[in-house]
Design a protein around this ligand. Structure first.
Ligand code: C5P
Length: 217
């Protein structure tokens, strides 16, 4: 199904990236990590010294960086003005700044346009916070992944290194901003299937999503 769009939303550390990449790999689809795009624009603003406490300053610079997202689920990459920032966008500095930057409507509209260009005619798994609600509301498969906060922190700390308690504080701080913002907050989109991944392995969650896609045919 080349026109297929699989929308995967959920809070930080719910398993969205691993699940989305796994599903795309299983089904031969492309993969788009929209969180990486928000992280990339945030990384660029930090590097430029934009005052991130000032939403107007953020908005004024939102169009400046050139952002290119790779769509290979086996090798997700992101470039800003030609430089590969795939590793740099996972830093603590970006973690702390990304939610306030992502709450600025001008940032969202800029990236929404890029996201829709990449999605194009479909054949893609797209992960984020507002994919099923705003970016691709007509997606035939929409999934909302969640997990206990502690389970999310344990997984994220195991991936990224670092202390579980501090990781949990950082995840919850982002969730509060992402769920509370006025523009495109994290919500359970209409028509989305909610999977609480706490009791499941990654392979089990991938299998559940693949089953939803196969049920379409
Ligand atoms: O998914 P990830 O944790 O990498 O996303 C980083 C941040 O980007 C989120 O905390 C959120 O602030 C923002 N984001 C967003 N909308 C999306 C994807 C990510 O606002 N569709």
């Amino acid at each position: 199904v080349s026109s297929l769009v699989v929308a995967i939303d959920g809070p930080s550390g719910s398993g969205k990236s691993s699940t989305s990449r796994g599903v795309a790999g299983r089904l031969g689809l492309r993969y788009l990590d929209t969180g990486a795009m928000f992280r990339a624009i945030t990384w660029w603003m930090l590097a430029q010294g934009v005052d991130l406490t000032d939403p107007e300053a953020i908005a004024a610079h939102a169009d400046e960086p050139q952002i290119e997202s790779g769509t290979d689920p086996d090798n997700p990459t992101i470039r800003v003005d030609g430089a590969d920032v795939s590793v740099a966008i996972r830093s603590d500095e970006v973690n702390a700044a990304v939610s306030p930057v992502s709450a600025v409507p001008r940032v969202r509209s800029r990236l929404l346009e890029l996201q829709r260009q990449i999605i194009g005619a479909g054949g893609i798994v797209v992960e984020g916070r507002d994919i099923g609600s705003v970016v691709a509301p007509d997606a035939p498969v929409k999934v909302y992944l969640s997990a206990d906060a502690q389970a999310r922190a344990i997984r994220r700390a195991a991936e990224a290194g670092g202390d579980v308690a501090a990781t949990q504080d950082s995840l919850l701080a982002r969730d509060r901003i992402d769920s509370g913002r006025a523009t495109a907050p994290l919500v359970l989109a209409e028509g989305a299937v909610h999977i609480d991944t706490t009791p499941y392995t990654l392979d089990e969650v991938i299998e559940q999503v693949v089953t939803l896609v196969e049920a379409l045919e």
